[in-house]
Every structure is written in structure tokens, then in C-alpha cells.
Design a protein around this ligand. Structure first.
Ligand SMILES: *Cc1c(COP(=O)(O)O)cnc(C)c1O
Length: 221
């Protein structure tokens, strides 16, 4: 029953305005249900097949967040069910999402998305530059099936707290800038912070934290 205790402990410390997404990737449905029974309603998954398999096995009031790299040939596994796609990491993906939603009118409301900003020092990490993100927001009307809600980012994978804080401060101040530049878009959400750095993220203005290991324990790949 550690899952329940872990959630309650995090919630005790997390400001009530910050939304907790329980990252349940690689964990079985029985463990998601333990979290659900502890009151958790937001879950995050990063693999389309696993996402699509889990959605129908949990109660329908779960809010599903997709947080992983999404290939354009997997959209049908994710877009009908996602409350939010946090990980739109390229213009190509965004254009494919808009085209898919135009061709498949399965949703009653536009799909909430966050644009993923490249933050960490790692070359391999997905995400867009500030220029690419501004380019998309300035042409937001090209995407009527999408609702832009803000930004997502991952800090450099390091123990250096100051490096993590500076990554988070960079995305936080960029979010403020784009929110002021594009006042017609509701760019209120800032999804930063995972198991090891969510307290830093909250200090930098996170509105969403994505926590896996600290809730469900280590993943067995
Ligand atoms: C796996 C994952 C998380 C959660 O990571 P933990 O360190 O287990 O909390 C958060 N965000 C993304 C994008 C992930 O892929």
C-alpha cells in the first residue's frame, strides 16, 4: 500500500494549485487502481500502445495525459482518449495532429496541448527551440482543433540543483514572455518537475508536476 502513502505525502507538500500527474508508465493497471482509490485522477503515460491499453481499463473519470514522444503513425492510439498531450515536440507532429483531428472528428472539444521546449544539456532530448515555439504560437489559428495551454520541459539529467533550477527558470520566464506576447492564447500551464526535482520546479512556478518513481517505485524495463 505504499502507493497511497506516497501520493498522500506528495499532496501534503504540493501547493493545492499545482496539478499532480501520476506517471504510471510500465506499471500494471492494478497499481494505477491503487492510486485511483487513493483519490488520484490524473495519469501520465509515454508509450501509445500502453496508453491505449490502459485507458479502457480504468474508470472513465480519469484524466489521461500523454507525455512521451509521439510518432505520427500512432496518433489514433492517443488522440481520441487524451485529456492533454504534453509532449508536442515538433512542428511536423503538430501539423499531423491537426490533420488527424480534422479527418477524425472524434472529440467534442479541441485537444489541449503543451509545446515541449528543449531544455536539458542532452542533445538527444526532444523539444523545440524558443524560435520554433514562437513561430507556432504566432500562427495558432492554423490549428483550430488544438488548444494551446502552455509549455512542458525536462531539466538536464544531473544532480546539480543549480543547473536544474536554471533550466526551470529559463522555461518559466519564456512562458511568461509568450503568455504576454500572445494574450489570446491561454498559455497558463507550465509542466516541469519529476520525482527528483519537483520541489525545485514548484519553486520556479510549475502548474503541473509529472511524478512516477516517487509514487509507484522503480520501473522494470
Ligand atoms: C517518466 C517520465 C516522468 C516521470 O519520471 P520519474 O522520475 O519517474 O518521476 C516525467 N516526465 C516524463 C516526460 C517522463 O517520461
Amino acid at each position: 500500500m505504499m502507493i497511497k502513502e506516497n501520493i498522500l505525502k506528495i499532496k501534503e507538500e504540493l501547493p493545492s494549485a499545482v496539478k499532480l500527474v501520476a506517471v504510471s508508465k510500465f506499471h500494471p493497471v492494478s497499481e494505477l487502481m491503487e492510486a485511483y482509490d487513493a483519490g488520484q485522477r490524473r495519469f501520465g503515460e509515454n508509450r501509445p500502445q500502453e496508453f491505449a491499453e490502459k485507458v479502457p481499463r480504468l474508470p472513465s473519470d480519469v484524466e489521461w495525459h500523454f507525455i512521451g514522444h509521439l510518432q505520427t503513425n500512432k496518433l489514433k492510439l492517443v488522440l481520441p482518449y487524451a485529456y492533454m498531450v504534453q509532449s508536442v515536440d515538433s512542428l511536423h507532429l503538430l501539423q499531423s495532429v491537426e490533420a488527424w483531428l480534422t479527418a477524425n472528428p472524434v472529440r467534442k472539444e479541441p485537444l489541449r496541448v503543451l509545446l515541449e521546449m528543449h531544455l536539458g544539456a542532452e542533445e538527444t532530448k526532444h523539444g523545440m527551440s524558443e524560435e520554433e515555439i514562437c513561430g507556432i504560437f504566432s500562427e495558432a489559428s492554423n490549428y483550430p482543433h488544438v488548444s494551446f495551454c502552455g509549455l512542458m520541459g525536462m531539466a538536464t539529467n544531473t544532480d546539480d540543483q543549480e543547473r536544474i533550477r536554471s533550466d526551470f527558470e529559463r522555461i518559466a520566464s519564456f512562458r511568461e514572455k509568450v503568455a504576454a506576447t500572445y494574450p489570446d492564447l491561454p498559455l497558463n500551464e507550465l509542466s516541469i518537475g519529476m520525482s527528483n526535482d519537483w520541489r525545485i520546479a514548484v519553486g520556479c512556478g510549475a502548474t503541473i508536476v509529472r511524478i512516477g518513481t516517487a509514487i509507484f517505485g522503480p520501473r522494470e524495463y
